[in-house]
Design a protein around this ligand. Structure first.
Ligand SMILES: [Ca+2]
Length: 455
């Protein structure tokens, strides 16, 4: 038989001193010498008049039957004389139901074995001193409760019921609840549930069946949720946080961030998504280049490796002067001109071209007199060849006018209103009274002279 009170939680109505603590009456030591510190001692005259009591909480329901109490020894200063009036008469209850009342001490000896009238199932066993003298205190040097112990595998009042087949290590002597569950089973009482097949190990938590450990790639109480596809090395059993991110992904939880394309090693920092380093030709935490760059940038300072035509500067964010086809990437000086501009300034058009816009030279629209260039800014001619007029000499003479200096001469009277030749002023035929070749109303000789002057 086993003393189930030993070491359990004890209480008493009051405590005389630390030496008389309630726990001393269930410390496994039956020594009755109070000075040795293994006896309990209440504080004495309780003003409420309640009888002194001491109790032990067995921590669970036990079948209580046999109890042994140990009185204090050394009443007269000698061992073998007892303080029986500080213990007797007493009543013992089990969960407030009377187990036994004892009126007198044994004839000899310090201890007294008593029995409940029947096996009593209960948890709290209390001894009360039924005193007649209100000044008496309670001394108890040991209180032993002998429960009914069944052989492993059985339970019940007579230990005749076998524990459930799912139990391991026997079962509770009263309830029959398993001490432990067999591998792969759970259940707070009889272990009749199977652990989830998703669990990594054969065991799960006794009370709720939650897996102890999940297979890599799954999480959740029953390991029935799949880790995110971007996780590497599985994920946290509780929240599903990725253990690591797969290459190319980032993110504090499930790695849904995509690493910048130009990170070295196709990896980036999990928390920020910043690259750990850049591939050649890229720059910065995200390994990009200024959008103006052509052909990448310096990995150290981000300066463009090359600029597109027409741009210059460290970041190619400045425009070459309008006439440049290309300019020096550092200085911005023109290295080639746009079409038909004169190098190196690229501001003036070549001959016979003029600036239709700030940067585009176009051919002069007309032909100037003696094939001279037009003005390179306006496109105008100084002088037009005979028969042409307008600023750019690209218009024919009006009817009736001809000759140089922008059609400065008037034609004669051609027959039937025909027009004179715009260059020579000559008519095919003249009206009567007018004389060829210019059909003026003067003598042919003079007319000829005038005609010659006009050519
Ligand atoms: Ca003791």
């Amino acid at each position: 038989m086993e003393n189930v009170a030993k070491g359990k939680t004890c209480r008493q109505i009051s405590t005389y001193s630390n030496k008389g603590a309630a726990s001393h009456a269930a410390d496994g030591n039956t020594d009755g010498n109070y000075t040795k510190g293994s006896c309990s001692h209440t504080a004495g005259d309780d003003p409420s008049g309640v009888n002194p009591w001491w109790e032990v909480d067995l921590g669970g329901t036990y079948p209580v039957h046999d109890i042994t109490v140990w009185a204090r020894d050394g009443r007269t200063g000698k061992i073998g004389t007892y303080w029986n009036d500080r213990l007797y008469p007493f009543t013992i209850t089990v969960d407030n139901k009377t187990c036994v009342s004892v009126t007198s001490p044994p004839q000899t000896g310090t201890h007294n074995s008593v029995t409940c009238s029947s096996v009593m199932y209960g948890r709290v066993v209390r001894l009360t001193l039924e005193r007649t003298d209100q000044t008496l205190t309670l001394n108890l040097c040991e209180f032993q409760v002998f429960g009914l112990v069944c052989p492993e595998g059985f339970y019940g009042p007579n230990c005749s019921s076998p524990c459930g087949v799912n139990c391991e290590g026997g079962c509770d002597r009263t309830s029959g609840h398993c001490t432990r569950c067999k591998e792969g089973l759970w259940g707070p009482e009889l272990c009749h549930q199977n652990c989830s097949a998703h669990c990594a190990g054969p065991t799960c938590q006794r009370d709720d069946g939650n897996c102890e450990v999940c297979h890599e790639g799954s999480y959740g109480p029953n390991c029935s949720s799949r880790c995110d596809q971007n996780c590497e090395g599985g994920c946290d059993k509780t929240g599903g946080r990725c253990t690591r991110c797969k290459p190319g992904f980032s993110g504090p939880h499930v790695c849904h961030g995509i690493c910048p394309a130009k990170c070295t090693g196709d990896t980036c920092q999990r928390a920020t998504g910043d690259c750990n380093g850049c591939k050649r030709g890229f720059f910065g935490s995200k390994c990009t280049c200024n959008a103006n760059c052509e052909g990448g940038c310096n990995s150290t300072n981000g300066h463009c490796t090359a600029c597109p035509n027409g741009q210059y500067g460290k970041f190619c964010n400045m425009s070459c002067s309008s006439g440049c086809g290309q300019c020096d990437q550092d200085s911005g000086n023109c290295t080639a001109c746009k079409d038909n501009l004169i190098f190196p300034d690229c501001t003036v058009c070549v001959d016979k071209y003029y600036k239709q816009t700030a940067s585009a030279c176009v051919p002069c629209p007309g032909t100037c007199d003696n094939n001279t260039p037009c003005n390179k800014t306006t496109g105008h001619c100084d002088e037009c060849p005979p028969g042409k007029k307008g600023n750019m000499c690209n218009e024919a003479c009006d009817g009736g006018q001809y000759g140089p200096s922008r059609c400065s001469l008037s034609c004669g009277q051609c027959e039937d209103g025909q027009q004179g030749h715009p260059v020579t002023g000559q008519c095919p035929l003249c009206e009567p009274g007018f004389y060829p070749p210019l059909c003026h109303a003067i003598l042919p000789t003079l007319s000829f002279v005038l005609w010659k002057k006009g050519t």
